[in-house]
Design a protein around this ligand. Structure first.
Ligand code: NDP
Length: 246
């Protein structure tokens, strides 16, 4: 296991904002090397600039513009990460979204986009990274949710996608546990732009304050570090964190 490797190589999706950006900044500040991907190049480059300004030791962030649904581009990004840093120790398929709506008023496109990005995007990332994780005896960090274990009103399909992610992490642990560690982080509300994907004005008004008062994304990033550093005698298989007001 790589518990003692000081500078780890991390492949991270959804690095342009919110939780992904916080993970990138924190890992680079701790001396880790990050390949961060997302679609919005300007935001991604701004995150890398900030992360690299706060780097310590070998810490460094490089970027690649990728849509997680483009399997060929995703594979190229993983290859680019290996070319840059030599290997992959940790894969974090963080890119995801939730569009909340009562189930009978939902737009089918929103359902399919959530399934695509939150499930297929994770699978595409896992498939591209897995040979490298096996080679490095690496770590797969899933970004699940409290919605991985519970179902909440107006977000059934989002909850279904996050249940799938938890199942996938568990499957990986069962099939390959001796070679690749798997941690699923299950946060409650985090203060990011996440809720702004919801277009139902009534739901947006209702939910926005809870996300605004949610945990800072850096708290999720700290759990990633915990998963990376906590290996050795065993693995951290799942972590649930919640805002302190619920
Ligand atoms: P943000 O909206 O701030 O970030 C979402 C990230 O996903 C962006 O970097 C975005 O990049 C990326 N993304 C979305 N679609 C694609 C795509 N097709 N291809 C590549 N990248 C994509 O939200 P969060 O940071 O909050 O969300 C990150 C993860 O955390 C998600 O998986 C979410 O489900 C999970 N989560 C969030 C919680 C919260 O309360 N905020 C709670 C629990 C889990 P770009 O648009 O540039 O491509």
């Amino acid at each position: 296991m790589n518990a003692t490797r000081s500078s780890q190589v991390v492949f991270l999706t959804g690095a342009s904002s919110g939780i992904g950006a916080a993970i990138a900044r924190m890992l680079v500040a701790e001396g880790h090397r990050v390949m961060g991907t997302a679609r919005r190049q300007d935001l991604l480059e701004a995150v890398a600039e900030e992360a690299n300004a706060g780097a310590s030791g070998e810490g460094r962030m490089v970027t690649r513009v990728v849509d997680v649904l483009n399997a060929a581009s995703q594979r190229e990004a993983v290859d680019a990460c290996v070319a840059e840093f030599g290997h992959v120790d940790v894969a974090i398929p963080n890119a995801g979204l939730g569009v909340f709506s009562p189930i009978d008023k939902a737009d089918l496109t929103d359902w399919l986009t959530m399934v695509d990005v939150n499930v297929k995007g994770v699978l595409i990332t896992l498939h591209a990274c897995l040979p490298h994780l096996v080679a490095s005896k690496g770590l797969f960090v899933n970004i699940g949710s409290v919605a991985s274990r519970n179902v909440f009103p107006n977000s059934g399909v989002y909850c279904a996608t996050k249940h799938a992610v938890l199942a996938l992490g568990e499957a990986l642990r069962q099939d390959l546990g001796k070679q690749v560690a798997s941690t699923t982080i299950c946060p409650g509300a985090v203060n990011t732009a996440f809720i702004e994907q919801t277009r139902d004005a009534e739901l947006l008004d209702k939910y926005r304050p809870g996300f605004k008062d949610g945990m800072p994304p850096e708290f999720v990033a700290r759990q990633v570090l915990l998963a990376m550093e906590g290996r050795g005698d065993g693995i951290v298989s799942d972590i649930t964190i919640r805002p302190d007001f619920i």
